[in-house]
Design a protein around this ligand. Structure first.
Ligand code: T5A
Length: 221
């Protein structure tokens, strides 16, 4: 039986993922398309507790602990929310998924790639996104946007070099050679995240309608 579409939004801090998911979900509702929105880390009772530990507590965490906490949150979210929604043929919009682990924990923190990918396979049970929309804004611009909202969380406080490595990693993920050697990621489409919210939404709607005329053709303005 066909399942729903799994659409992932990725990008550096303050790239506009949450804003764009909100706008897209409003358009899907207007078009009577069934959708579910989730974010990482979080989205389940255990995941919300993990979110509090990794983002809002001041304890030092080793890079491995941090990575495994993200994986644990992901395993809960995939099993309890994402898979059931896909089986009901809903569109599932995910605010960050394992590409964030690849950018922040493998490239940003320097953890070994093969071990992290193996842990991720366990967490996702091999689930591959139908499309990842990678919102591209300059790292410092995204942090400025996020700063305008208030105090930095534990990961946002990781320093300019860390955030520059993360932003460069995200760009590297759009290289077809990189994608070919990482089939678990599915297709990744770079979206210019600059400009006002409506301009960025129009780019996203166009990318989705061209990749999947059903069910996204009806939301392209
Ligand atoms: N993480 C996550 C890992 O290290 N490993 C992992 O495996 C995973 C899954 C999550 C943190 O965890 C890390 C990455 C993160 O550091 P979070 O709070 O969920 O923490 O962080 P983000 O996902 O980065 O959320 P942000 O809210 O910071 O970024 P968004 O969602 O990309 O941006 P958004 O939409 O909230 O917008 C930020 C601000 O900019 C404005 C908004 O109004 C808002 O104030 N804005 C715009 N302003 C002008 N023009 C536009 N086009 C705008 N779009 C949005």
């Amino acid at each position: 039986m066909a399942r729903g579409k799994l659409i992932v939004f990725e990008g550096a801090e303050g790239a506009g993922k949450t804003t764009q998911i909100r706008i897209l979900s409003e358009r899907l509702t207007e078009a009577a398309v069934s959708w579910v929105g989730v974010r990482e880390p979080g989205g389940t009772p255990v995941g919300d507790d993990i979110r509090d530990i990794v983002l809002h507590q001041d304890e030092e965490l080793t890079a491995a602990t941090e990575a495994l906490l993200f994986m644990a949150s992901r395993a809960e979210l995939v099993a309890r929310e994402i898979m059931p929604a896909l089986e009901k043929r809903s569109v599932v919009l995910v605010d960050r998924f394992f590409l964030s682990t690849y950018a922040y924990q493998i490239v940003g923190r320097g953890l070994p790639e093969n071990e992290v990918r193996a842990a991720n396979r366990l967490a996702t049970a091999g689930l591959v996104p139908d499309l990842t929309l990678l919102l591209d804004v300059h790292a410092s611009h995204g942090l400025e946007r996020a700063d305008a909202r208030g105090k930095r969380d534990r990961i946002e406080r990781s320093g300019d070099d860390f955030h520059a490595r993360v932003a460069n990693a995200f760009r590297q993920f759009t290289d077809p050679k990189w994608q070919h050697s990482h089939p678990e990621c599915g297709p990744i489409k770079l979206i210019d995240g600059t400009g006002d919210e409506a301009t960025v939404h129009a780019r996203i709607a166009s990318a989705l309608a061209s990749a999947f005329p059903q069910p996204f053709g009806s939301i392209e303005s």
